[in-house]
Write a protein that binds this ligand. Structure first.
Ligand code: PBG
Length: 327
């Protein structure tokens, strides 16, 4: 018998216990990565474009790390907000051995040793023009010169105590070259979480506002290095290449608008896939909830389920603390 009334799919949905038993996926705090912004100030400063998020002092970052750890969140992704006066065309503050990232990582590692620290590797917080690498006169980001800079940056971050290096620049070949340098310099256990499939997206708006890199100079967008949103297949090639070059985990971003990519990536490769619910996605949820559209925590949790259903092992989200509390 293969149809109604013998088959009533609602029977499994009749009660909470049965729905729980039927659930194919779940979300736990251990799935979450919390991205934080750190600045030089002594205070935590609210980020207007990201309601509920702060530019933290180094001390504030340590407290948040402690708090996240207590909530069962395994790792933080750290982004620096660099003083305008320290930004330059070549982003050289990125190689200052005593820069904000180095001090933040060292400080968190000494006070909260057990939380994973993922260090973003790209030049955009450090360049006056706001691009992720070194540009030529036309504003084009130069691939190989940029990789040299990213490699130096990666070694410095590894020495500071970063557990994972996360290149977010989309240059060709950088994973292999960074891996090689880490091996040669004695950092063979430092992971590489590669932003392998990173699309040029409007949804990064609040992030760029948070780090002061909104006004891109030379070229108005990042489309000559980040992926074009009209093609999903090339993302698979980016992912395959990064895995072959030694990436330990793969990041897909943005998240929800690119769930098709996440699902395909999870089917394609065996390394863990991390989905990044980016700043604009988070801001949309916050602003919609603040205007009465829905209950924020529940909507946020629903999006977490989407990431897991699509095949993510982990989710990078500004809502990590809230998700963990809700669970
Ligand atoms: C920079 C970087 C960006 C994000 C993470 N790393 C912005 C960009 O590429 O312009 C965006 C994250 C977010 O929007 O939450 N390399």
């Amino acid at each position: 018998m293969s149809s109604y009334p013998y088959i009533r799919l609602r029977r499994n949905r009749k009660a909470q216990w049965s729905r729980d038993l039927s659930a194919a996926i779940s979300v736990t705090p251990s799935d979450l990565i919390y991205p934080i912004f750190v600045h030089e100030g002594n205070d935590n400063e609210a980020i207007q474009a990201l309601p509920g998020q702060f530019r933290l002092s180094v001390k504030g970052a340590v407290s948040i790390a402690q708090h996240a750890k207590e909530l069962g969140i395994p790792a933080l992704a750290i982004f620096p907000v660099i003083d305008k006066a320290l930004k330059s065309d070549d982003g050289k503050e990125a190689f200052n051995p005593d820069n904000l990232m180095v001090r933040t990582i060292a400080e968190i590692k000494s006070k909260v040793p057990d939380i994973g620290l993922i260090a973003d590797v790209a030049l955009d917080p450090y360049t006056g023009h706001g691009h992720d690498g070194i540009i030529d006169d036309s504003g084009y980001v130069l691939n190989d010169v940029t990789i040299e800079a990213l490699t130096a940056m990666s070694l410095q971050l590894a020495a500071a105590g970063a557990d994972s290096i996360a290149p977010s620049d989309m240059m060709d070949g950088r994973v292999g070259i960074i891996r090689d340098a880490l091996e040669n310099e004695g950092w063979s256990n430092v992971q590489i979480f590669s932003y392998a499939a990173k699309f040029a997206s409007n949804f990064y708006g609040p992030f760029r506002n948070a780090v002061g890199a909104s006004a891109l100079q030379g070229q108005p967008d990042k489309k000559n290095y980040q992926l074009d949103n009209r093609s999903g297949q090339i993302a698979m090639m980016e992912i395959e290449m990064d895995v072959a070059e030694g990436a330990d985990m793969i990041i897909v971003k943005p998240g929800l608008p690119y769930l098709d990519i996440i699902k395909e990536a999870a089917a394609l490769c065996s390394v863990p896939i991390l989905g990044y619910q980016v700043s604009g996605e988070y801001a949309m949820l916050k602003w919609a909830a603040n205007n009465g559209a829905f209950k924020y925590e529940q909507a946020l949790l629903e999006t977490m389920m989407s990431f897991k259903r699509a095949g993510c092992s982990g989710i990078i989200t500004y809502g990590a603390l809230e998700v963990a509390k809700e669970l």
